[in-house]
Design a protein around this ligand. Structure first.
Ligand code: GDG
Length: 482
């Protein structure tokens, strides 16, 4: 049997539908699935994760069908009960780790039961991995829901190479030290041979936490854990550039239009010098959606000459609706949109078009290609792939990207208009600058960014990580034979 790579994440890249005993399993195309495509589809591999259906809400026959259909997609489901999801996913992952790692300390809700469930579910993942593991396999674990998993695997199989990549920020030591289970979490992560983060800053924060909390000896990008050397490095995640760029070209050649594109075109025809500003995120408090709306309000108050001339298209994708802070945020955003539209609308114009749902890929491309400005202002964001997707979709290289300094992606985008998402005035001035920016300047800024994303695409990202994992494993073998 050939050696394989086992990809592990909380969710499998699958959508499962169960209707009256009829089970269907479709591959899904999220950011991670795209990122792992070159590894998962084109090579020997297996993906382990939750399939999206609580195990106590289906009978055994259905569970078996899901398992069989998943295997056809090279996936192995981890069965999780409703309560496990409630405590491990909505509880510990999304009410402790998510807020804390994004510097929302006041939202962290420490609950011993949730922590116990988090450990138990990580163990469950470990058991299923071990059942599917052969000598020589490599494991790539993803993200904050599975921080304890690397060490759980290493305890049982020190010979196996384990890589871990974190998609969200790693906070500074001063934030991280507040977690009651900080030592266990760091030790869990250090089971990996290679730990990857989006940016050098996150990497540095992690190393500093290890050095100050565990007192392990650390270097610029390695940590000594007993006789082992753990490598730590940054790998800024990217996108499938060709997919977005080609979809944008095809869209522009197509004669048929969706109702969304027809409405966009009508607005542009009605007000020929009008501009569209785009905002896309999951509805999450880390994304700065409320602050963005307030900046728009400030802008429209300060520069009334833009009345009827600009429109914000705001796509907020529903997310974690079970968590109270997300419910409060939804209410706040509904009210803000209502207030802004109520305050500035004219008989023929509303400043904000608000979509609270997920749109199909085709419409996403329409938004990217039709919008003159992308207004992406997260309070904290591990990376932010939307920024890269927008630039990749601008086939004529026009368009202006207004981007928060607090997003990991800002490190790669010096030519965007970088703003502090807490500064209304600065965001408002950036909007004015973007709306008035000459086309030549837009093109000269985007050219540089586009070239970089094209060259460093998501396949390259995955390839770099796997190469670094191989190098780290080499080191591990030398240590084992010493
Ligand atoms: C986490 C980190 C990090 C959005 N709306 C629709 C839609 N999307 C797609 C976008 C993009 C993805 O969702 C969102 O990716 P982001 O990177 O912006 O954000 P998170 O979901 O928070 O992801 C983040 C990322 O992991 C990767 O490491 O960058 O910092 O928080 O790909 O295109 N896609 C479709 N319809 C929508 O309505 N089809």
């Amino acid at each position: 049997m050939k050696n394989k790579t086992i990809i592990v994440s909380n969710r499998l890249p699958l959508n499962v539908s169960v209707e009256q005993g009829d089970v269907k399993v479709f591959p899904s195309v999220g950011g991670l699935a795209t990122g792992m495509k070159s590894i998962h589809q084109n090579s020997e591999s297996l993906w382990i994760g939750w399939a999206g259906v609580a195990s106590d809400e289906i009978d055994e026959i259905t569970a078996e069908k899901i398992k069989k259909l998943s295997i056809k997609e090279k996936c192995v489901p981890v069965p999780l009960t409703h309560q496990e999801l409630e405590e491990y996913y909505f509880g510990f992952s999304n009410r402790v780790l998510w807020p804390l790692f994004h510097y929302f300390m006041e939202y962290a809700d420490y609950d011993e039961t949730h922590w116990e469930a988090y450990k138990k579910v990580n163990e469950k993942f470990a058991e299923i991995i071990l059942e599917n593991l052969n000598e020589g396999d490599k494991i790539w674990v993803h993200d904050y829901q599975l921080l304890l998993l690397p060490q759980m695997i290493k305890d049982k199989r020190p010979d196996i190479s384990v890589g871990f990549f974190q998609h969200i920020p790693f906070p500074s030591y001063e934030i991280f030290r507040t977690v009651p289970w900080r030592e266990e979490i760091l030790k869990g992560m250090l089971g990996a041979d290679l730990l990857g983060f989006h940016t050098y800053d996150y990497e540095r924060h992690f190393i500093s936490s290890v050095s100050r909390i565990l007192r392990y000896e650390t270097n610029i990008n390695s940590i000594h854990v007993g006789s082992r050397t753990v490598k730590v490095d940054s790998f800024p995640m990217s996108i499938d550039y060709e997919k977005f760029h080609n979809a944008a070209i095809e869209h522009q050649l197509k004669n048929e239009k969706t109702s969304l594109q027809i409405r966009i075109d009508q607005y542009k025809e009605l007000v020929p010098d009008s501009k569209l500003i785009l905002s896309i995120d999951r509805l999450d408090y880390t994304k700065g959606i409320a602050q963005r709306l307030k900046a728009l309000e400030y802008f429209l108050d300060k520069y009334p000459q833009f009345t009827e001339k600009v429109r914000l298209i705001m796509l907020a994708v529903p997310s974690r609706e079970e968590v109270p802070q997300y419910q409060h945020l939804k209410k706040e955003i509904d009210e803000l949109v209502g207030r802004i539209n109520g305050k500035f609308s004219t008989p023929t114009w509303t400043p904000v078009w608000y979509f609270y749902r997920s749109l199909p890929f085709e419409e996403l491309i329409e938004l990217y290609t039709s919008s003159d400005v992308a207004f992406l202002t997260p309070i904290r964001d591990g990376m932010n792939l939307v920024a890269k997707e927008y630039i990749a979709s601008r086939t004529d290289q026009t368009g202006v990207l207004i981007l928060s300094e607090m997003a990991g992606v800002a490190h790669e985008m010096n030519d965007a208009l970088l703003i502090n998402p807490n500064d209304d005035k600065q965001m408002s001035e950036a909007l004015k600058q973007a709306l008035e920016m000459p086309l030549e300047e837009q093109i000269s800024r985007n050219k540089i960014i586009q070239k970089r994303i094209k060259r460093y695409n998501v396949d390259k990202w995955a390839e770099d990580f796997m190469e670094a994992l191989d190098a780290a494993s080499q080191l591990k073998e030398e240590n084992l034979t010493r």
